[in-house]
Design a protein around this ligand. Structure first.
Ligand SMILES: O=P(O)(O)OC[C@H]1O[C@H](OP(=O)(O)OP(=O)(O)O)[C@H](O)[C@@H]1O
Ligand SMILES: O=C(O)c1cc(=O)[nH]c(=O)[nH]1
Length: 179
């Protein structure tokens, strides 16, 4: 099996949880994809980096990140996978709110102003979280080249309506799930 198949197996085995849950948007669902169990797993995290770099291989960006917390290990894995391949890729973290002490930054990491950046998520349902990150990045002067997620739960239309291309490494049918 290759990276894509290996990562899909980790997601199915470790992240898919059946049971009534309230989602970030306030909607309810009968299952949840807890991708933190995968993106923070010693064997799965390197696959996350390589699969997400492969998914976005034809997009031109030199920094990656998204809204904390789900996006953080995704961006970190991509940074390390890129480094292992000899590519310079920075990561950043978009805070949910601006920090009120220290340097009072909303976006942590190397400066993003004037750079082409990729916004990532572990999973995206309404797109609300990733679009919050996109808005903060654009306000900070970054050019967001697109949005990439590990698992799509239905955010494509919202992201495209915001004028950005959207890609997912896995769809719900890939995981044997339906919206
Ligand atoms: O597309 P959306 O409707 O915004 O939902 C998806 C978001 O929900 C989860 O994060 P959550 O809000 O649970 O916060 P966390 O990352 O801090 O755990 C997930 O990591 C995404 O960020
Ligand atoms: O919409 C969400 O909040 C959400 C759905 C999901 O499957 N996994 C997750 O981490 N968040």
């Amino acid at each position: 099996m290759g990276d894509h198949d290996d990562l899909r197996k980790f997601i199915s085995d470790l992240a898919v949880v059946h049971g009534r849950v309230v989602l970030s948007s306030g909607r309810e669902a009968d299952w949840y994809v807890d991708l933190r169990r995968v993106t923070l797993h010693h064997a799965a995290a390197p696959l996350v980096g390589r699969v997400m770099l492969d998914l976005t291989a034809d997009w031109d960006f030199d920094a990656v990140g998204g809204l904390t917390l789900g996006a953080d290990p995704v961006a970190g894995s991509m940074l390390h996978a890129a480094s292992a391949a000899g590519r310079r890729l920075d990561a950043f973290v978009v805070r949910k709110a601006e920090k009120t002490h220290g340097l009072q930054r909303r976006i942590e990491g190397p400066e993003v102003a004037g750079r082409r950046v990729l916004a990532v998520e572990d999973t995206s349902t309404t797109g609300g979280s990733v679009l919050t990150a996109v808005e903060a990045l654009q306000e900070a002067g970054a050019e967001v080249v697109g949005v990439a997620v590990i698992v799509d739960r239905g955010a494509g239309d919202a992201v495209r309506a915001a004028g950005l291309p959207y890609r997912a490494a896995y769809t719900l049918p890939d995981l044997g799930l339906v919206a």
